[in-house]
Ligand binder design. Structure first.
Ligand SMILES: NC(=O)c1ccc[n+]([C@@H]2O[C@H](COP(=O)([O-])OP(=O)(O)OC[C@H]3O[C@@H](n4cnc5c(N)ncnc54)[C@H](O)[C@@H]3O)[C@@H](O)[C@H]2O)c1
Length: 238
């Protein structure tokens, strides 16, 4: 029996493009998927949750454990991006909003899930960072808060991998390039340039990212510990 079959897996940002595709992919592999988001997700068992709120995250993970008996996996995909704001004009509130969801939210989700996994039979976590955490040169758009938050998610992931790995919780991240989801809707004017910047000549489909997330969770990726899988269509090579 594969690890996925019957695995209890929570996905944050589950109403969004990558989260929804991940829920569907994992369900297709036989997992029992819990879809955490601010809004109802059509995929998996929907649990409303604000990842920036410690109590909300704790309650959501508790519900997964109550309903499923345990939690075996977490995909931390909730994320937001600021509009095209030059850094010198960004308000502190906007900076905090982006860091709040992307960094604090990822930390709270991982910590809440890991508390259960470390007490139980271990688990697997995949965070969603971004190509933007490392590859900032040639980005025509201004998104300093987003880029900083994603670099921090990468560092957080490596730190958690080292802390929890020896105790049975394997943590990795995926760093997508441009993916065809609502996150990029506000930046339509930049899409042609983004596509041109890739070797692949296109955006990724959310399903391609979902399949890679599932692989990172699974047994075949057992030797990936604190690994960041860059999946950017070759953008960073140019
Ligand atoms: N789309 C891309 O090009 C791209 C590239 C690299 C990384 N990513 C990352 O992938 C992840 C998923 O993004 P997506 O492209 O599917 O975007 P999306 O906008 O389609 O989905 C994001 C989801 O996060 C949810 N969310 C936002 N704030 C939340 C909160 N406080 N609590 C719970 N849920 C919250 C939203 O409701 C939404 O459903 C994000 O972390 C994003 O930064 C996306």
């Amino acid at each position: 029996m594969s690890w996925y079959q019957g695995a209890r897996i929570a996905v944050t940002g589950a109403a969004g493009g990558i989260g929804r595709a991940t829920c569907a992919h994992l369900a297709g592999l036989g997992a029992e998927v819990y879809a955490l988001d601010l809004t109802e997700s059509p995929a998996g068992r929907s649990i409303l949750c604000d990842v920036t709120d410690e109590d909300s995250v704790a309650a959501a993970i508790a519900r997964v454990v109550t309903e499923g008996g345990r939690i075996d996996g977490l995909v931390a995909a909730a994320g937001v991006v600021e509009d095209d704001v030059p850094a010198e004009r960004m308000s502190a509130a906007e900076f905090d909003r982006v860091l709040g969801v992307n960094l604090r939210g990822t930390f709270l989700s991982c910590a809440a899930a890991a508390r259960r996994m470390l007490d139980g039979t271990g688990g697997r976590i995949v965070t969603v960072s971004s190509m933007s955490g490392t590859h900032i040169v040639n980005h025509p758009q201004k998104q300093s808060a987003y880029n900083a938050s994603k670099a921090a998610v990468s560092a957080l992931t490596r730190s958690l991998a080292v802390e929890w790995g020896p105790r049975g919780v394997r943590v990795n991240s995926i760093a997508p390039g441009y993916v065809a989801t609502a996150l990029n809707d506000l930046k339509q004017h930049l899409h042609a340039g983004w596509k041109e910047g890739t070797v692949a000549g296109r955006f990724a489909e959310p399903e391609e990212i979902a399949a890679a997330i599932a692989w990172l969770l699974g047994d075949e990726a057992a030797y990936c510990v604190g690994t960041e899988l860059l999946m950017d269509g070759g953008f960073a090579l140019r």
